[in-house]
Each structure stands twice: as structure tokens, then as C-alpha cells.
Design a protein around this ligand. Structure first.
Ligand SMILES: C[S@@+](CC[C@H](N)C(=O)[O-])C[C@H]1O[C@@H](n2cnc3c(N)ncnc32)[C@H](O)[C@@H]1O
Ligand code: SF4
Length: 362
């Protein structure tokens, strides 16, 4: 079977039909060449019109409430990765309380039951000792459209692997940014390649032996000049064992890591705001809640330089239709200020006329 078809099939199996179609709808609206081109989840519709009925349906669906969430369970981590936002992060570190997590899940299930939820922000979810209590709550509320990314160091510790595989999280992402101990540890500083690799192998073996629907995706962060030489053996290993993988380009976390040279960004720098031709998709497809309840502008706003609200005192809906909406309107007016002025993370989308009738006639 073609790799793309297999990925679609695995995605459908892991999430079920409704989230599968919603994800497909979302990527129809937002996919751009760089963002999903190398990814395992690219649903191109050739020769499509962006201002079409499907696009309108997505914007109508998300008018009052977001579809995609990043819930940062913690910004503590067991590694110091070379490309991560954490070295430049100034905000305090902590863990989201179960009480806050439950409140967030309750509002999401009430208003967008098939929302797409990422259980991580800028930190390692597996260092949260109350992770499985949180995931159990989400499962009890029938959250089916979810993903959790981990660096894999703690996968094979205690019963983490079995609990994750059975947690109800649809997609488990594990990073493997090298294929030798030496190369891996230059990116995943403080980590061991052998631990991440054997964790992935055991996770796949467990899921396959137990016929679980959980999908596992291995992400390889490409850091030019540092880990490119390990890409061929990495791909060979994935293909040999039929593991799903994707190669990921780097960004600078909205300019937070402006010490990462443009030459290391795999051409992304050419596509950033200097050549921006329209509003940023992140404002329509991303709602990032930090561990302390503050809401960031987007996933790239790792240090919360532009806070949109706080779920301690406001509902998600109020934040989305308040400050977030204001920022979206600015982009529609061609104003890319604040964090957006120095961002190299996102490209532009063309929004349908319904969002901006007087400017967008397409
Ligand atoms: C911030 S990490 C948090 C979850 C977990 N600790 C991990 O490493 O997977 C989430 C994802 O961001 C990716 N990431 C880190 N720095 C990045 C950068 N500069 N550009 C693009 N992705 C990056 C990581 O590789 C990981 O897949
Ligand atoms: S990329 Fe993930 S594992 Fe690495 S430092 Fe950042 S949060 Fe930690």
C-alpha cells in the first residue's frame, strides 16, 4: 500500500471518522507547502478554490470557539534541546493542576466535542507525575481527537509505555532527531538515543501485539549541518519496520530563538512576515494554554510575550472572541505587529471573503 494511504488509514483508525474528517477539513483550509509538505498528515486537494464551501464551513465552525488546542501540562523538561524555545524562556516553570485541566476539558467537551487537543506545550509531558490522571479524565469525557508528543526518554520507565498506549490519546508522537548516540545528543542535549529508539520499538511492539488503534508517529527535527547525515539510516529503519515518520523543519519560536541562524531554517526564513501576503493561519487554528492558565497568541509564543487571556478568570470562548479576535482582525487589515512582527514560524493563508468582505473579493 502507498505510504500516504496507510497513514490516512492509521489516522482514521486512531481517531474515528468525525475527527478524521475535521482534520481533513482543517488541512484543506490551512495546508501550505512548507507546513505539511513533508508531514505524514497532508491532505492536498488539487486545484481547489480556497474560498469554497468547505473553507467557509471551517471558519463558521471556529467562529465562536477554537478547534485546535495546545494544553501545556508542564514547561519542566528532562532535556535541553538545541532548537527548543526553553533556553530563551523566562516565564516560571510549573505543572498544570488537575482542577484547571478538568475545567478546560469540560468547556471544550461542551462547546467543541471533537476538538483537536495537543497534550503538550514547551516541556515534557511525561515529567508530569499527574499526567495519567489528566488523560484518564479526558478519556472519561470522550475526548478522542488528541496527540501527545514526547522526547521518548521516559517511555520505557515503569509502566509508562502501556499506560500511554491505553490512555485514549489517539496519536503518540516521539522525537528521534538522529540515528547515532553522537548525533542525537548534539540536538537532544542530555538525552540518550538508545532510550528513545528502544522506547519507540517497544511502543510499536506493544500496540501491534494488542491490536490497539493508537497511532505512533516519529518526528525527525532536521537541524542543517548537525543531523542531516543520519536521515537516510533513520528512514531505512522506519521503512524496514513500517514505522510512521515525518521530517520537521525548524522555526525560531516567533523570533524568540533569533540566535538560530536563518541558514538553519531550511528556507523558512524566505516565507516569513517579510514576504507575508496575508493573515497567519495560527490565529485561526491554534489556542495555546500554558500550564498556569494564561493563553498565548499561538504555539510559537513559547514565552507568552503576547498574552490573550487567562482561563483562571475567563472562559475559552470569551478569550477567543475577545483579544484573539482583535488580533485576527489586525491581520485581516494587514497589520502584523507585536510578536507577529518578528515571527519566522508561519506563512500566510488566504481567508474567505466572508471574514473580510470589503478587502477580500476572491
Ligand atoms: C516543544 S516540544 C514539547 C514536547 C516534548 N518535550 C518533545 O520534545 O516532543 C514539541 C515539539 O516541538 C518541536 N520543536 C522544538 N524546537 C523546535 C523548533 N525550533 N522548530 C520546530 N519544532 C521544534 C520538538 O521537536 C517537538 O516535536
Ligand atoms: S524540545 Fe521537548 S524535550 Fe526538548 S527541551 Fe524542548 S520541551 Fe524539552
Amino acid at each position: 500500500m502507498k505510504a500516504t494511504n496507510r497513514r490516512w488509514q492509521n489516522h482514521l483508525r486512531a481517531k474515528g471518522p468525525i475527527p478524521f474528517f475535521l482534520d481533513r477539513l482543517q488541512s484543506h483550509v490551512f495546508s501550505t507547502g512548507w507546513q505539511f509538505g513533508n508531514g505524514s498528515f497532508h491532505f492536498p486537494i488539487i486545484d481547489r478554490e480556497r474560498d469554497d464551501e468547505l473553507t467557509k464551513a471551517y471558519f463558521e465552525m471556529t467562529e465562536r470557539f477554537p478547534y485546535e488546542f495546545h494544553i501545556e501540562l508542564t514547561n519542566h523538561c528532562n532535556l535541553n534541546c538545541k532548537m527548543c524555545a526553553r533556553p530563551s524562556m523566562t516565564r516560571t516553570k510549573g505543572f498544570m493542576t488537575n482542577e484547571m485541566f478538568k475545567r478546560i476539558i469540560d468547556e471544550i467537551t461542551e462547546k467543541m466535542p471533537y476538538a483537536y487537543i495537543h497534550y503538550y506545550g514547551i516541556g515534557e509531558p511525561l515529567v508530569d507525575k499527574r499526567l495519567f490522571e489528566k488523560l484518564e479524565y479526558a478519556r472519561s469525557k470522550n475526548i478522542v481527537n488528541s496527540v501527545l508528543f514526547t522526547n521518548g526518554q521516559l517511555l520505557d520507565v515503569k509502566d509508562n509505555l502501556e499506560r500511554l498506549a491505553n490512555s485514549g490519546v489517539a496519536v503518540l508522537g516521539v522525537d528521534l532527531d538522529g540515528f547515532t548516540e553522537e548525533v542525537y545528543s548534539r540536538i537532544r542535549v542530555g538525552g540518550k538515543f538508545s532510550l528513545a529508539k528502544s522506547g519507540i520499538e517497544k511502543l510499536y511492539a506493544y500496540i501491534r501485539a494488542n491490536h490497539l488503534r493508537t497511532r505512533v508517529e516519529i518526528a525527525y527535527q532536521v537541524y542543517p549541518g548537525i543531523n542531516e547525515q543520519d536521515i537516510p539510516p533513520f528512514i531505512e529503519w522506519c521503512e524496514q519496520y513500517d514505522y510512521e515518520y515525518k521530517l520537521v523543519n525548524m522555526h525560531t519560536w516567533g523570533g524568540l530563538r533569533d540566535d538560530i541562524p536563518a541558514s538553519d531554517l531550511n528556507g523558512l526564513e524566505d516565507m516569513h512576515h517579510k514576504t507575508r501576503t496575508g493573515p497567519c493561519p495560527a490565529l485561526w487554528n491554534c489556542f495555546f494554554i500554558a500550564w498556569d492558565g494564561r493563553v498565548a497568541l499561538c504555539f510559537a509564543d513559547a514565552d507568552l510575550r503576547e498574552v490573550m487571556g487567562d482561563v483562571n478568570s475567563e472562559s475559552i470562548e470569551d478569550i477567543w472572541t475577545g483579544k484573539h479576535l482583535g488580533k485576527r482582525r489586525k491581520h485581516l487589515d494587514g497589520i502584523y505587529d507585536g510578536l507577529c512582527a518578528g515571527c519566522s514560524s508561519q506563512s500566510a493563508i488566504k481567508v474567505p471573503a466572508m471574514l473580510h468582505p470589503e478587502k477580500n473579493t476572491s
